[in-house]
Design a protein. Structure first.
Length: 110
């Protein structure tokens, strides 16, 4: 299962942050409008979400990211994709609306 994360532009560590959803990657591609251009970095790294625009980078914008491991890609037969982090072009609001329509519920975070 791929993990869906909501990360702020200044995220440097995943300490104290949990994925919001776990969804098969094949469903994530259409749902979050992913393409190979959305790939940010390897799964063991933290994606650099800064744009270089100090006004925007300090705004606290939250991105929707999908983290997929190579095992998920191999077992589902997803070809042409690399393991790692993919940044969705969707806003958190649009992603949440699409997830609601598919009746996906957030993971229980304790």
């Amino acid at each position: 299962m791929a993990e869906i994360w909501y990360l702020n532009t200044d995220t440097e560590t995943l300490d104290g942050i949990e994925p919001r959803y776990k969804i098969p990657f094949k469903d994530c591609v259409e749902l979050f409008e992913l393409s190979d251009d959305c790939w940010k970095c390897k799964s063991m790294q933290i994606p650099d979400l800064k744009t270089g625009d100090p006004f925007f980078d300090e705004s606290g914008y939250i991105y929707v990211l999908v983290k997929v491991m190579s095992k998920e890609l191999k077992t589902t037969g997803q070809r042409g994709w690399k393991a790692g982090w993919y940044m969705s072009p969707l806003t958190v609001i649009i992603a949440a609306q699409k997830l609601y329509k598919t009746q996906m519920k957030p993971l229980k975070i304790e």
